[in-house]
Design a protein around this ligand. Structure first.
Ligand SMILES: *Cc1c(COP(=O)(O)O)cnc(C)c1O
Length: 418
């Protein structure tokens, strides 16, 4: 169990035994553990031999005293798939996709929600609320359902249908809002004050980061099992599709904890934040050398997970990018959908647009010489393409008249649709 909650900007400590949102100056709180005390028993070997089939196998650095306390649906422990050297992937010798689409509700939002709902329930929350224009909604719905809690969701009207439908089916109280995610956020804050819900907005409570940091803990275990590597090690480069930045901040935190535990040395992967051209506040701030990223005006992209025009964790993301000698890349909607198609066809993974974006960013940095194709590279496919079926253009399919004895002639005439 964590020992402290500390403000990420000022270092102020807050009590851990009551529900907390942001710190006193409006910045995210982060959990700290007595790593020195668990160093001897929380070892890679201990983790390797345990029988917990979820991210809660890392429970010593999570907000519980044991894995049985978790609100879990089997999240985490996703495959690190080695890419087939085929088509545009041909030259990469050590390229991997961490496929987060295996998670409950089809995205890595499950990791964060599992941890946040676990802690919220333990501290007595009966209802949670959040704004969402994408996968956070479904994840919150199903972890709340599992925990026996109420879930209030405020979603922009143009949220993808899959995200709305799964939330309604899962029993969440869904409200569509004629505005942006930021307008939804305002209603959530007012609702929390008025109705006593607990605010689960990203980085506005301390534990979604704790859930997502397990992606960082999993990587060296994935690599030691990977053909051609078999070494307890981190990659050279990580590509992360960045919205609120929870996963980027979480993995960076995990690496620091792992070093303090003696699992890894001080080397770090170069972290690459990938955003959409129509909503790239972090890329812009990175390029300008700024410490904070102001609101990105007229934010728009089909990649719902990247549609975050302003993030409370902006300074933490920018710190991680710079300290790691990483960078930030913007990708157009057209390019990222091409990325979806390439990953789907060449790797057999129905990628989400955010996953398509990181692959295209990898290609871009390689073309610029920032990256060598033999480096160890991890791309995060953060969710399943199934949630984005509404974006896929599959018109113009041939229709066969099975009464026509010559109908198979049409098949003979079909050229590869690529
Ligand atoms: C939420 C989301 C992201 C962005 O994640 P953050 O950790 O908040 O930056 C990326 N991809 C998908 C599919 C998402 O749902």
């Amino acid at each position: 169990m964590h020992q402290r909650l500390k403000c990420s900007a000022t270092g102020t400590q807050l009590p851990i035994d009551v529900l907390q949102n942001l710190g006193p100056t409006g910045k995210p709180l982060l959990a700290e553990y007595d790593l020195e005390a668990i160093r001897d028993r929380f070892t890679p070997d201990a983790v390797r031999t345990r029988d917990v089939r979820s991210m809660w196998k890392f429970w010593e650095v999570m907000p519980v005293d044991g894995p049985e306390e978790a609100v879990s649906l089997g999240e985490g422990i996703t495959p690190l798939l080695s890419c087939e050297q085929r088509g545009p992937f041909a030259d990469y010798r050590s390229l991997f996709i961490k496929d987060e689409s295996f998670n409950p509700t089809g995205s890595f939002k499950a990791r964060g929600m599992s941890a946040a709902v676990t802690r919220a329930r333990a501290l007595g929350a009966r209802a949670v609320a959040l704004p969402s224009a994408g996968n956070a909604a479904g994840a919150a719905t199903y972890y709340a359902a599992r925990a026996g809690m109420e879930c209030y969701l405020f979603m922009p009207e143009d949220t993808p249908p899959a995200n709305i439908i799964e939330s309604v089916v899962g029993g969440a109280h869904v409200f569509l809002v004629n505005g942006l995610i930021s307008d939804c956020g305002k209603l959530v804050r007012q609702g929390c004050d008025r109705f006593g819900w607990f605010d689960l907005s990203t980085l506005k409570e301390p534990f979604r980061v704790e859930g997502k940091k397990t992606m960082g803990y999993e990587l060296p275990f994935d690599f030691e099992a990977a053909p051609g590597i078999q070494e307890f090690t981190l990659p050279d480069v990580i590509f992360y599709p960045t919205g609120g930045g929870t996963g980027l901040i979480g993995m960076w935190k995990a690496f620091d904890e792992m070093e303090e535990l003696g699992w890894i040395d001080s080397r770090r992967p170069r972290m690459v934040a990938v955003q959409a051209e129509g909503c790239a506040p972090i890329v812009k701030a990175f390029e300008e050398g700024a410490d904070h990223a102001p609101l990105f005006p007229n934010a728009h992209t089909v990649a719902a997970g990247l549609r975050v025009p302003i993030a409370v964790g902006d300074f933490l993301m920018l710190q991680a990018l710079r300290k790691s000698q990483g960078t930030a890349v913007r990708i157009s909607d057209r390019e990222l959908m091409q990325g979806v198609s390439e990953i789907s066809r060449c790797q057999g993974i129905y990628a989400c647009p955010e996953g398509g974006a990181v692959w295209m960013a990898c290609q871009k940095l390689r073309a610029q010489g920032w990256l060598k194709p033999e480096e160890r590279i991890v791309l995060f496919n953060t969710g399943t393409g199934l949630k984005y079926n509404h974006l896929m253009n599959v018109s113009g399919l041939p229709t066969l008249d099975h009464h026509d004895p010559k109908c198979l002639d049409q098949v003979a005439n079909t050229t590869e649709r690529l």
